[in-house]
Design a protein around this ligand. Structure first.
Ligand code: ARG
Length: 621
């Protein structure tokens, strides 16, 4: 970590608004002064075609419509637009008088000196000043959340990856974030598991974690018995009750099973560098009965065919909070969870990350939460269900754990990604053996030259580390770059491709900038103290503009919780850098200092994006 990367911790207080927000504030002033009687929020957006400037203000048409027919109303939308432009306060942000296009769009060009200044001050103060301020102090992200004794599947992997990026983004913005693993650790599956364990080892006394560590096998065996043997089925059901009523040996065995699952899950989180607090469904167990009774008494929940349900006016299905056999289920737990999170944890923003298939469930939970007053009417927390699509195999079919077979457990899949990258790094680096060099008939000087160019060869450790970062990063990035709601095809080869929108491409792009900076050989922090950035070449200007749009990218990502906003942004950043580097000489040029600072700013922003995506940046590959 370079000093400027870490500075955000201290710098949070001096955050600057996004360019878009800054410009919107300028237009707000203009709107208020030109049309004080027709209050309207400024509509400012980046243009997607530089021909129309960098940003647009789109208020004129709507304002015209609102005033139409009133006394003294402007004659056409362009008159409104002109009046807005006339009322713009002096600002060093805007380069020249904005121009009009079409029926009344106002096109704004930013002042290049202003962009340069903004980048320069980020270099001095750290990227933290570019974290958008969020109106929440405390958030909960409920993600990953696999089920004990069942295998963690690709859906849980998606949840882990997406949830981690959301949590990282919140943390970057200074929000105190609780990362909760809402593990399914209290289902009816425990009855059959425990009963089966008891049968195979003659009772439950002293069961160890090792004995239950092959959970897949245990699950399969007990499920087969459960389906085939009525007597076993009855005992398994009774075991659920004995467990839930807290019988010692049942509880102990249940704990061992959870521990075994936990070890498996956390082995994956460790590889992926994801932190998660284990707080499973069982955590809320003591709160279920009193909550259900309360909801019943207050008439929020009603009886229906022996069960207890909460009806919502617009929904066909009610939320079941007590089954007809008296048991509590997924919905009951989620009601208790909601209550605990709002009233005990004091969360101001709660985010649930699961497959899109659960959106109906969450609609019912949130609706019931409102109906029951668990979600307060005044100052309610923001609550989102972040749904995602399926993972498909190469043939476009849904990948199920079952189809993946024994050989493609998540761990093995991650291993495979890492190994592909290892081969690729070795090849790219041309880690040449002495024999290989000899075969090329080079003289000693030429050999030295080649070595220098490549840098020191990687140690085995460095190679392992880089391959892991790249391989796991590739899997994460390939997931995050999709619109989360669409299904995507899982294709490892595409994920580790060197070209295109992949983690591998991004990591190389970052390492390349780092090497350019190293090659100039100056202390960037010292350069930043004396030199300014000047943006003159079109490629410099385009890169500069992209750099300062980091903040609004994050703002957009928070609106619909879409990590692909970050990947799209960073991909474009890498491409613009590439154009800049092809067209503008850095080392040894007249503009060396300014361009060096631009390189470093690009690298810092890129690193921050990678970090938010859960990918460790590499400085040398
Ligand atoms: N364990 C559930 C599953 O595997 C996901 C839990 C999501 N969180 C929640 N609060 N319901 O589908």
């Amino acid at each position: 970590m370079t000093p400027s990367d870490g500075a955000h911790l201290a710098a949070a207080a001096h955050r600057v608004p996004s360019v878009r927000a800054d410009l919107a504030a300028t237009f707000r002033t203009a709107l208020n002064s030109a049309f004080p009687n027709v209050p309207m929020e400024p509509q400012v957006a980046a243009t997607n075609n530089p021909r129309f400037g960098d940003y647009q203000c789109n208020n004129a048409m709507q304002l015209f419509g609102r005033m139409k027919g009133k006394e003294g109303a402007p004659k056409k939308p362009t008159d409104v637009a002109n009046a807005i432009v006339d009322a713009l306060p002096a600002s060093d942000m805007i380069a020249e008088r904005p121009t009009l296009a079409g029926p009344g769009f106002i096109n704004v060009k930013l002042n290049h000196g202003w962009i340069a200044e903004r980048i320069h001050s980020m270099l001095v103060q750290g990227i933290g000043v570019w974290a958008p301020p969020l109106p929440y102090n405390r958030a909960i992200v409920d993600f990953s959340s696999p089920n004990v004794a069942k295998e963690m599947h690709v859906g849980h992997l998606r949840s882990t990856i997406i949830g981690d990026t959301i949590a990282r983004s919140l943390e970057f913005c200074g929000v105190d974030t609780l990362r909760i693993n809402h593990v399914g650790d209290w289902g009816t599956q425990f009855g059959m598991l425990i009963e089966h364990i008891s049968d195979t080892r003659n009772g439950l006394t002293g069961t160890t974690t090792e004995e239950v560590s092959d959970l897949q096998k245990l699950y399969k065996e007990s499920k087969a018995r459960f389906d085939a043997d009525d007597d076993f089925k009855a005992r398994a059901r009774a075991a659920v009750t004995r467990l839930q009523s807290g019988e010692q040996e049942y509880l102990e065995t249940w704990k061992r099973i959870c521990e075994a699952s936990r070890d498996e899950f956390y082995a994956i989180y460790e590889r992926l560098d994801v932190r998660l607090l284990w707080r499973g469904e069982s955590y809320y167990n003591p709160q279920l009965r009193p909550l259900v009774e309360e909801l019943h008494e207050r008439g929020i929940a009603e009886e229906s065919e022996g069960a207890l349900v909460i009806h919502m006016p617009k929904e066909k299905q009610p939320l079941m909070i007590r089954k007809s056999d008296g048991g509590f289920g997924y919905g009951t737990t989620d009601m208790a969870t909601l209550k605990q999170r709002i009233h005990e944890e004091k969360a101001e923003w709660i985010i649930y990350v699961t497959d899109e298939g659960q959106s109906g469930h969450f609609k019912l939970v949130f609706g019931s939460g409102k109906k029951a007053g668990i979600i307060p009417e005044e100052n309610p927390p923001r609550i989102d269900h972040v749904g995602f699509g399926l993972v498909l195999n190469k043939d476009g079919k849904r990948i199920r754990t079952r189809d993946m077979g024994e050989a493609t457990k998540l761990v093995e899949l991650l291993d495979e990604a890492k190994n592909l990258c290892k081969v690729e790094i070795k090849e790219r680096r041309g880690e040449e053996t002495d024999e290989k060099l000899k075969a090329l008939n080079l003289d000693a000087e030429q050999i030295e030259e080649r070595r220098k160019k490549r840098g020191e060869p990687f140690t085995e450790e460095e190679l392992e580390e880089a391959a892991a970062i790249m391989g796991y990063g590739a899997v994460k990035y390939a997931d995050l770059k999709n619109n989360r709601k669409t299904d995507y095809k899982f294709n490892l080869e595409d994920m580790v491709a060197l070209n295109g929108n992949t983690a591998v491409y991004m990591l190389y792009a970052h390492a390349r900038i780092a090497s350019i900076v190293r090659k100039v050989g100056k202390d960037v922090n010292e350069v930043a103290k004396t030199a300014q950035i000047t943006l003159e070449h079109p490629a410099e200007i385009a890169l500069g503009l992209q750099i300062v749009q980091f903040t609004e990218t994050l703002e957009d990502m928070f609106v619909d919780l879409a990590p692909n906003r970050i990947t799209e942004y960073v991909y474009e950043l890498a491409n613009l850098f590439s154009t800049f580097y092809t067209e503008c000489k850095v080392s040894g040029s007249e503009q060396e200092d300014s361009r060096l600072l631009l390189c470093e700013a690009t690298a810092i922003v890129m690193r921050q994006c990678l970090t938010l995506l859960g990918i460790k940046p590499l400085y040398r590959i």
